[in-house]
Design a protein around this ligand. Structure first.
Ligand code: APR
Length: 265
């Protein structure tokens, strides 16, 4: 963790880049929800660190036997490693980092958030333009027509559940290992990466593609990168500013400094 002086210097530099940019976006990962009580996947306290990564063919396992998959799923959603994470997600509330990004959007500065998180906490904090590239735990999705449904409002009449629109297979909206990113989310993300001239990279280890490639693509196009992460990551070295701090502490300081700079204009 950096000293207070270094942190404040980095906060000032980050705020200056933000106010001098035209199109600021954020890429967020599990780390932004750690202070809401949801464990990350990797690094200290990560569930994959504790239990090991899940099989890379989770999606193929679903496709092999969707009925059997759903029968097992309905019996033991809250068991095992992901069960621990699911319980924490259901209990979680947005933290100061989520609220700081919602404030930046409210100020007309942050144009969008591409999140790898499935917890819906950005929306609960008030953010409107959120692209959930790995899906949302509270939704179901048809893998044929990509229609999404509120999980609580979708009546499961048979197993596997079928899409009321096209009869296709319905699964949780959460994107599993081995599953293609839904095309609408991927296209929306790529457009934002293309348009941005400044990207806040918050709470991600930047190891899972395609999201991990977004900061690199933005940098290649000349965008500024600002990393918010208490630990070094595989993209720290290409970032213009690094806030080596928890997001819940660093982001409110950045918003405060942005407000100060805007007031001086
Ligand atoms: N504030 C900011 N960052 C934090 C904090 C915090 N308080 N606590 C931890 N971090 C950082 C860690 O240092 C790590 O770099 O958050 C990052 C979390 O990394 P991962 O657990 O790998 O999460 P993420 O990058 O979102 O994973 C990407 O992998 O398992 C898949 O689909 C899953 O969406 C997930 C994807």
């Amino acid at each position: 963790m950096s000293g207070e002086r270094e942190l404040m210097e980095a906060v000032r530099s980050a705020a200056e880049l933000i106010v001098s940019s035209e199109y600021v976006i954020a890429l967020t990962g599990a780390g932004i929800s750690v202070e809401s009580g949801i464990p990350p996947f990797r690094g200290p306290g990560g569930i994959w660190t504790k239990y090991g990564e899940p099989p890379p063919d989770q999606y193929q396992e679903f496709l092999r036997d969707p009925k059997g998959w759903w029968e097992r799923r309905l019996k033991r959603e809250l068991e095992g490693p992901t069960g621990e994470m699911v319980r924490k997600i259901y209990e979680a509330k947005p933290n100061l980092a989520h609220k700081a990004l919602a404030e930046l959007e409210e100020m007309g500065i942050l144009k969008s958030i591409i999140t790898q998180n499935i917890d819906g906490l950005h929306q609960k904090a008030g953010s409107k333009n959120v692209i959930e590239i790995h899906g949302n735990i509270y939704k179901l999705r048809c893998i044929s027509c990509n229609a999404r449904f509120d999980r609580d409002k979708f009546e499961i009449k048979e197993l596997p559940p079928l899409c009321p629109n096209c009869g296709g297979l319905v699964k949780p909206d959460v994107v599993y290992f081995g599953e293609p990113i839904p095309p609408d989310m991927l296209n929306a993300s790529l457009l934002e990466v293309y348009k941005c001239d400044c990207m806040l990279v918050v709470g991600t280890s930047a190891v899972v593609y395609p999201a991990a490639g977004f900061p690199i693509a933005a940098k290649r196009r000349g965008a500024f990168l600002i990393e918010v992460n208490p630990y070094e990551t595989s993209i720290s070295h290409i970032c213009d500013v690094v806030l080596r701090e928890a997001a819940g502490k660093a982001l409110p300081l950045v918003v405060q400094e942005v407000r100060r700079l805007l007031a001086r204009r």
